[in-house]
Design a protein around this ligand. Structure first.
Ligand SMILES: Nc1ncnc2c1ncn2[C@@H]1O[C@H](COP(=O)(O)OP(=O)(O)O)[C@@H](O)[C@H]1O
Ligand SMILES: [Mg+2]
Length: 359
């Protein structure tokens, strides 16, 4: 899977651009504020149907404009698929995939598996469990086709259960939700666990190059202590507490990944530069996994490539991403070192005040 063509209209400070991409390495060069992150954001939008900087479409559409439009060609299992997406400030969305209008933005996700790495990516390790669940679920989504239906169903169920929780007086009134909830929770947890068990060796392999001096343990927490009691029992026992909280405090919506060095969470044990390297290793491992286990290619968006990495680490990172068989979009402020890091087989784009030219 790769993005071969992209036309952008009125997206952030990019008024109009029509680009042909390299199927391997694309380097985006530009000064601060030129529009590099905006270009990556447009690609991310095609992959996931949303931005990584804001939930508000009105922020993404060019200030004076009404809507942004993206036209693209994506190679999906060797076939070129045209995809068009338009989103207006007033809330309308038009999505056309391979000539047919689609109602759901979620339909986009199967075409372009996008992995994003930004200078803030260490939030994956220092931020809330939600970030780590999103990381894990990205991989499970592409690995196991039964995961998404389970996950969407449980999201709806939990919403209904939380609403009912506020109104009911006894636990028995919740039982109707919990029977299905518990079956689905067990399925989702097994799907996540199975994927993570397969991913761990790939993570460990990648870590040998990125952080060779540390022995990092990785563990999946399913959202409740399975060895202690069943989820059904937890839900029943926590009824009064959950009622006060107004939400369900145990279940797959609380699952997490725990990474430790000598028993200490990595967020406390590693420096910021090391945390960044760890996140690179995690995301690369998912890209490698997708390629070797799921036979799909990942698209890496790497914003501010060299940020806080010394030259040796930059070299290691570049070597890994080049070898990953993924398509890569990497933004840099200065062009120096591009040849050393990425070789000659790459396309360089220059961005200046939202205007994008190919070298
Ligand atoms: N909705 C918008 N319309 C027009 N310009 C915008 C909009 N949102 C942000 N910008 C501007 O776009 C420019 C490019 O931002 P960005 O892509 O983050 O730059 P870079 O990553 O190259 O530093 C910035 O000057 C920013 O102020
Ligand atoms: Mg930027």
């Amino acid at each position: 899977m790769s993005l071969t063509k992209l036309s952008i209209h009125q997206f952030r400070n990019i008024a109009s651009a029509s680009l042909n991409f390299n199927s391997k390495i694309n380097v985006i060069v530009g000064a601060n504020g030129s529009g590099k992150t905006s270009l990556l954001e447009a690609i991310y939008f095609l992959g996931l149907g949303r931005s990584f900087r804001t939930h508000l479409t009105s922020r993404v559409v060019t200030y004076e404009a009404k809507a942004f439009t993206l036209f693209s060609e994506i190679i999906h299992h060797k076939n070129p698929i045209p995809i068009g997406l338009q989103k207006s400030k007033s809330g309308e969305t038009l999505l056309k995939i391979n000539g047919a209008y689609c109602k759901k933005l979620a339909n986009l996700t199967q075409y372009l598996p996008v992995q994003l790495i930004t200078p803030e990516s260490y939030n994956l390790l220092t931020g809330s469990p939600k970030n780590r669940r999103a990381f894990l679920d990205w991989g499970v989504f592409y690995h196991d086709p039964n995961f998404y239906p389970n996950w969407s169903r449980i999201k709806r169920l939990l919403k209904q259960r939380n609403a009912a929780l506020k109104q009911c007086k006894t636990y028995n009134e919740l039982q109707v939700w919990d029977n299905e909830l518990c079956v689905l929770s067990d399925q989702i947890s097994s799907q996540r666990q199975a994927y993570f068990d397969l991913l761990i060796p790939v993570i460990n392999q990648t870590l040998q190059d990125f952080l060779p001096d540390f022995s990092i343990t990785s563990q999946f927490f399913c959202g409740w202590d399975k060895n202690n009691k069943s989820l059904q029992q937890y839900l029943q026992d926590n009824f009064e507490r959950d009622k006060q909280l107004g939400y369900t405090s145990a279940g797959p919506q609380k699952s997490d990944l725990r990474f430790k060095v000598k028993g200490v969470p990595v967020s406390d044990a590693l420096s910021r530069g090391q945390l960044k390297l760890f996140v690179y290793a995690l995301r690369l491992a998912q890209g490698l996994f997708l390629n070797s286990f799921d036979n799909k290619q990942c698209v890496f968006l790497i914003d501010d490539f060299s940020s806080e990495l010394d030259q040796d680490r930059q070299q290691i990172l570049a070597k890994h991403i080049i070898n990953s068989d993924a398509q890569i979009f990497v933004s840099v402020i200065k062009q120096e070192n591009i040849d050393m890091l990425f070789g000659q087989e790459r396309t360089v784009f220059h961005v200046e005040h939202g205007k994008i030219t190919v070298e």
